[in-house]
Design a protein around this ligand. Structure first.
Ligand code: PBE
Length: 282
Protein backbone atom coordinates (compact mmCIF):
# COMPACT_ATOMS: atom_id res chain seq x y z
CA UNK A 1 0.00 0.00 0.00
CA UNK A 2 1.17 3.54 -0.73
CA UNK A 3 1.56 5.72 2.32
CA UNK A 4 -0.58 8.81 2.74
CA UNK A 5 2.15 11.23 1.83
CA UNK A 6 3.26 9.62 -1.42
CA UNK A 7 1.65 10.81 -4.63
CA UNK A 8 -1.09 8.33 -5.39
CA UNK A 9 -2.01 8.46 -9.06
CA UNK A 10 -5.70 9.22 -9.34
CA UNK A 11 -7.68 6.74 -11.38
CA UNK A 12 -10.03 7.92 -14.06
CA UNK A 13 -13.47 8.67 -12.60
CA UNK A 14 -16.26 8.42 -15.17
CA UNK A 15 -18.65 10.22 -12.81
CA UNK A 16 -16.63 13.40 -12.90
CA UNK A 17 -15.98 15.72 -15.86
CA UNK A 18 -12.91 14.60 -17.76
CA UNK A 19 -11.42 18.10 -18.28
CA UNK A 20 -10.18 18.80 -14.74
CA UNK A 21 -8.98 15.19 -14.42
CA UNK A 22 -6.47 15.76 -17.23
CA UNK A 23 -5.89 19.42 -16.36
CA UNK A 24 -7.61 20.28 -19.68
CA UNK A 25 -4.52 18.98 -21.45
CA UNK A 26 -4.12 17.00 -24.64
CA UNK A 27 -0.72 15.31 -24.71
CA UNK A 28 0.76 15.92 -28.16
CA UNK A 29 3.99 15.33 -30.06
CA UNK A 30 6.58 17.59 -31.70
CA UNK A 31 5.49 21.06 -32.76
CA UNK A 32 6.11 20.59 -36.49
CA UNK A 33 3.66 17.70 -36.86
CA UNK A 34 0.51 18.18 -38.89
CA UNK A 35 -1.47 16.46 -36.15
CA UNK A 36 -0.52 19.33 -33.83
CA UNK A 37 -1.86 21.94 -36.28
CA UNK A 38 -5.06 19.90 -36.69
CA UNK A 39 -5.46 19.65 -32.92
CA UNK A 40 -5.05 23.41 -32.58
CA UNK A 41 -8.07 23.63 -34.90
CA UNK A 42 -10.02 20.93 -33.06
CA UNK A 43 -9.78 22.72 -29.69
CA UNK A 44 -11.89 25.75 -30.75
CA UNK A 45 -14.00 23.68 -33.19
CA UNK A 46 -15.27 21.51 -30.34
CA UNK A 47 -15.77 24.37 -27.86
CA UNK A 48 -12.83 23.28 -25.74
CA UNK A 49 -11.12 26.64 -25.97
CA UNK A 50 -13.48 28.36 -23.55
CA UNK A 51 -12.80 25.58 -21.07
CA UNK A 52 -9.09 26.38 -21.40
CA UNK A 53 -8.05 23.12 -23.01
CA UNK A 54 -4.52 23.20 -24.26
CA UNK A 55 -2.23 21.08 -26.35
CA UNK A 56 1.03 20.03 -24.79
CA UNK A 57 4.01 19.79 -27.12
CA UNK A 58 6.30 16.82 -26.56
CA UNK A 59 7.54 14.01 -28.79
CA UNK A 60 6.16 10.69 -29.97
CA UNK A 61 8.41 8.85 -27.51
CA UNK A 62 7.52 11.10 -24.56
CA UNK A 63 3.81 10.96 -25.40
CA UNK A 64 3.88 7.17 -25.56
CA UNK A 65 5.71 6.83 -22.26
CA UNK A 66 3.18 9.17 -20.65
CA UNK A 67 0.43 7.04 -22.14
CA UNK A 68 2.05 3.88 -20.83
CA UNK A 69 2.32 5.31 -17.33
CA UNK A 70 -1.30 6.47 -17.34
CA UNK A 71 -2.51 3.07 -18.51
CA UNK A 72 -0.51 1.34 -15.81
CA UNK A 73 -2.45 3.27 -13.14
CA UNK A 74 -5.75 3.57 -15.07
CA UNK A 75 -5.38 7.31 -15.05
CA UNK A 76 -7.13 9.58 -17.55
CA UNK A 77 -5.18 10.86 -20.54
CA UNK A 78 -6.01 12.31 -23.95
CA UNK A 79 -3.36 11.96 -26.66
CA UNK A 80 -2.83 12.80 -30.30
CA UNK A 81 -2.87 9.51 -32.21
CA UNK A 82 -2.49 8.18 -35.72
CA UNK A 83 -2.47 5.00 -37.68
CA UNK A 84 -0.50 3.21 -38.99
CA UNK A 85 1.50 3.22 -35.76
CA UNK A 86 2.47 0.61 -33.20
CA UNK A 87 0.76 2.54 -30.37
CA UNK A 88 -2.54 0.86 -31.29
CA UNK A 89 -0.85 -2.53 -31.08
CA UNK A 90 0.87 -1.86 -27.79
CA UNK A 91 -1.74 0.10 -25.84
CA UNK A 92 -5.47 -0.48 -25.26
CA UNK A 93 -6.57 2.85 -26.75
CA UNK A 94 -9.39 4.00 -29.01
CA UNK A 95 -9.78 6.88 -31.44
CA UNK A 96 -12.36 9.48 -30.44
CA UNK A 97 -15.01 10.17 -33.06
CA UNK A 98 -14.49 13.39 -34.95
CA UNK A 99 -17.98 14.31 -36.17
CA UNK A 100 -16.79 17.70 -37.44
CA UNK A 101 -14.10 16.05 -39.55
CA UNK A 102 -11.33 18.32 -38.30
CA UNK A 103 -8.76 15.56 -38.87
CA UNK A 104 -10.17 14.67 -42.28
CA UNK A 105 -12.44 11.89 -43.45
CA UNK A 106 -9.80 9.66 -44.96
CA UNK A 107 -6.09 10.24 -44.90
CA UNK A 108 -3.58 8.59 -47.18
CA UNK A 109 0.19 8.57 -47.09
CA UNK A 110 1.57 9.97 -50.32
CA UNK A 111 4.86 10.10 -52.13
CA UNK A 112 5.80 13.66 -53.06
CA UNK A 113 8.65 14.60 -55.39
CA UNK A 114 10.28 17.76 -56.66
CA UNK A 115 9.14 19.03 -60.04
CA UNK A 116 11.53 17.67 -62.65
CA UNK A 117 12.38 14.47 -60.78
CA UNK A 118 10.53 12.33 -63.34
CA UNK A 119 12.45 13.90 -66.23
CA UNK A 120 15.83 13.64 -64.49
CA UNK A 121 15.40 10.15 -63.07
CA UNK A 122 12.57 8.30 -64.84
CA UNK A 123 13.71 4.93 -63.46
CA UNK A 124 13.50 5.88 -59.79
CA UNK A 125 10.33 7.85 -60.47
CA UNK A 126 8.71 4.76 -61.97
CA UNK A 127 9.54 2.83 -58.82
CA UNK A 128 7.95 5.49 -56.61
CA UNK A 129 4.85 5.47 -58.83
CA UNK A 130 4.56 1.72 -58.32
CA UNK A 131 5.40 1.62 -54.61
CA UNK A 132 2.20 0.99 -52.70
CA UNK A 133 1.95 -1.05 -49.51
CA UNK A 134 -0.61 -1.15 -46.72
CA UNK A 135 -0.85 -0.40 -43.04
CA UNK A 136 -0.27 -4.05 -42.06
CA UNK A 137 3.05 -4.29 -43.88
CA UNK A 138 4.02 -0.88 -42.66
CA UNK A 139 2.91 -1.67 -39.11
CA UNK A 140 5.15 -4.76 -39.01
CA UNK A 141 8.18 -2.73 -40.10
CA UNK A 142 7.40 0.02 -37.59
CA UNK A 143 6.95 -2.46 -34.78
CA UNK A 144 10.26 -4.18 -35.52
CA UNK A 145 12.00 -0.80 -35.43
CA UNK A 146 10.21 0.10 -32.22
CA UNK A 147 11.44 -3.17 -30.70
CA UNK A 148 14.94 -1.89 -31.31
CA UNK A 149 15.90 -3.26 -34.71
CA UNK A 150 18.07 -1.14 -36.97
CA UNK A 151 15.73 0.40 -39.62
CA UNK A 152 18.01 -0.59 -42.49
CA UNK A 153 18.17 -4.17 -41.25
CA UNK A 154 14.40 -4.22 -40.88
CA UNK A 155 14.10 -2.95 -44.47
CA UNK A 156 16.38 -5.71 -45.73
CA UNK A 157 14.36 -8.34 -43.89
CA UNK A 158 11.10 -6.90 -45.22
CA UNK A 159 12.49 -7.08 -48.77
CA UNK A 160 13.55 -10.69 -48.25
CA UNK A 161 10.13 -11.60 -46.85
CA UNK A 162 8.11 -9.84 -49.59
CA UNK A 163 9.62 -10.84 -52.95
CA UNK A 164 6.26 -10.66 -54.77
CA UNK A 165 5.55 -7.10 -53.69
CA UNK A 166 9.08 -5.94 -54.38
CA UNK A 167 8.95 -7.49 -57.85
CA UNK A 168 5.73 -5.60 -58.57
CA UNK A 169 7.12 -2.30 -57.37
CA UNK A 170 10.32 -2.67 -59.39
CA UNK A 171 8.67 -4.03 -62.55
CA UNK A 172 10.17 -2.24 -65.55
CA UNK A 173 12.46 -0.16 -63.31
CA UNK A 174 15.88 -0.01 -64.99
CA UNK A 175 19.14 -0.55 -63.14
CA UNK A 176 20.29 2.68 -61.49
CA UNK A 177 23.97 2.47 -62.48
CA UNK A 178 24.83 4.65 -59.51
CA UNK A 179 22.26 7.35 -60.28
CA UNK A 180 21.53 9.45 -57.23
CA UNK A 181 18.22 9.63 -55.34
CA UNK A 182 18.00 12.10 -52.46
CA UNK A 183 15.26 11.19 -50.02
CA UNK A 184 14.18 13.34 -47.11
CA UNK A 185 12.04 12.56 -44.10
CA UNK A 186 11.15 13.50 -40.54
CA UNK A 187 12.11 10.88 -37.94
CA UNK A 188 8.52 9.78 -37.37
CA UNK A 189 8.12 6.02 -37.21
CA UNK A 190 6.09 5.75 -40.41
CA UNK A 191 8.60 7.83 -42.34
CA UNK A 192 11.56 5.88 -40.95
CA UNK A 193 9.86 2.68 -42.11
CA UNK A 194 8.88 3.73 -45.64
CA UNK A 195 12.06 5.70 -46.31
CA UNK A 196 14.35 2.83 -45.34
CA UNK A 197 12.35 0.23 -47.25
CA UNK A 198 12.17 2.24 -50.49
CA UNK A 199 15.79 3.39 -50.21
CA UNK A 200 16.96 -0.20 -49.78
CA UNK A 201 14.93 -1.47 -52.75
CA UNK A 202 16.46 1.24 -54.93
CA UNK A 203 19.95 0.50 -53.63
CA UNK A 204 19.42 -3.15 -54.52
CA UNK A 205 18.58 -1.88 -58.04
CA UNK A 206 21.86 -0.01 -58.28
CA UNK A 207 20.76 3.50 -57.28
CA UNK A 208 22.81 5.58 -54.90
CA UNK A 209 20.27 6.68 -52.31
CA UNK A 210 20.87 9.23 -49.58
CA UNK A 211 18.35 9.79 -46.82
CA UNK A 212 18.32 13.00 -44.81
CA UNK A 213 16.29 13.52 -41.66
CA UNK A 214 14.97 17.00 -40.95
CA UNK A 215 11.96 18.87 -39.57
CA UNK A 216 8.77 18.87 -41.63
CA UNK A 217 9.03 22.46 -42.87
CA UNK A 218 12.62 22.13 -44.20
CA UNK A 219 11.71 18.70 -45.57
CA UNK A 220 9.06 20.21 -47.83
CA UNK A 221 11.17 23.29 -48.58
CA UNK A 222 14.10 21.19 -49.71
CA UNK A 223 11.91 19.23 -52.11
CA UNK A 224 10.36 22.48 -53.35
CA UNK A 225 13.73 24.06 -54.12
CA UNK A 226 15.10 20.82 -55.57
CA UNK A 227 17.82 20.08 -53.02
CA UNK A 228 15.97 16.83 -52.26
CA UNK A 229 14.13 14.59 -54.72
CA UNK A 230 11.39 12.80 -52.86
CA UNK A 231 9.62 11.90 -49.62
CA UNK A 232 7.35 8.92 -48.97
CA UNK A 233 5.68 10.42 -45.91
CA UNK A 234 3.18 13.10 -46.92
CA UNK A 235 -0.11 12.58 -45.06
CA UNK A 236 -2.83 14.05 -47.26
CA UNK A 237 -5.21 15.72 -47.65
CA UNK A 238 -5.33 17.11 -44.09
CA UNK A 239 -2.32 16.33 -41.88
CA UNK A 240 0.47 17.51 -44.18
CA UNK A 241 -2.08 19.73 -45.96
CA UNK A 242 -0.76 23.11 -44.75
CA UNK A 243 2.74 22.26 -46.04
CA UNK A 244 1.36 20.91 -49.29
CA UNK A 245 -0.65 24.12 -49.79
CA UNK A 246 2.43 26.20 -49.16
CA UNK A 247 4.62 24.35 -51.65
CA UNK A 248 2.14 22.86 -54.11
CA UNK A 249 3.41 24.84 -57.09
CA UNK A 250 6.94 23.51 -56.65
CA UNK A 251 6.21 19.88 -55.78
CA UNK A 252 4.39 16.98 -57.38
CA UNK A 253 2.28 14.29 -55.75
CA UNK A 254 3.55 11.03 -57.24
CA UNK A 255 0.79 8.94 -55.69
CA UNK A 256 -0.63 7.20 -52.65
CA UNK A 257 1.79 4.71 -51.10
CA UNK A 258 -0.36 3.71 -48.10
CA UNK A 259 -4.13 4.13 -48.05
CA UNK A 260 -6.32 3.98 -44.98
CA UNK A 261 -4.34 6.18 -42.61
CA UNK A 262 -6.12 7.87 -39.74
CA UNK A 263 -5.34 10.84 -37.52
CA UNK A 264 -7.09 12.16 -34.42
CA UNK A 265 -7.32 12.07 -30.65
CA UNK A 266 -7.35 8.90 -28.58
CA UNK A 267 -7.96 7.82 -24.98
CA UNK A 268 -7.46 4.53 -23.11
CA UNK A 269 -10.37 2.13 -23.53
CA UNK A 270 -11.16 2.24 -19.80
CA UNK A 271 -12.41 5.80 -20.33
CA UNK A 272 -15.63 4.09 -21.43
CA UNK A 273 -17.88 7.14 -21.49
CA UNK A 274 -15.50 9.17 -23.68
CA UNK A 275 -16.06 8.17 -27.29
CA UNK A 276 -16.13 11.42 -29.24
CA UNK A 277 -14.09 14.63 -29.07
CA UNK A 278 -17.44 16.18 -28.13
CA UNK A 279 -17.39 14.13 -24.90
CA UNK A 280 -14.34 16.05 -23.65
CA UNK A 281 -16.54 19.10 -23.16
CA UNK A 282 -18.65 18.70 -20.10
N1 PBE B 1 2.08 11.98 -37.98
C1 PBE B 1 2.82 10.84 -38.41
C2 PBE B 1 2.76 13.09 -38.69
C3 PBE B 1 3.00 12.56 -40.01
C4 PBE B 1 3.34 11.17 -39.73
C5 PBE B 1 0.71 11.80 -38.40
C6 PBE B 1 2.21 12.16 -36.55
C7 PBE B 1 2.11 14.47 -38.63
O1 PBE B 1 2.49 15.34 -39.40
O2 PBE B 1 1.24 14.68 -37.80
Amino acid sequence: MLSACSVTPKKYDANKPVGPQVHETITGIDAGAGIMASTQKAIPAYGLKQQNWQLQTSSTAAMCSQLEKSIKYKQPIVVTAWQPHWMFKKYPIKFLKDPKGVYGKSEQINTVARKGFQKDNPGAYKFFQQFKWNSNMMGDVMYANFKGADPQKTAKKFIKDHPKEVAKWTEGVPDGHGKQVRMTYVTWDDAIASTNVTAQILRDKGYKVTISAMEAQPEWASIARGSADVTTAAWLPVTSGPLYQKFKNQVEVVGVNCPGAKVGLAVPKYMKNINSIEDLKK
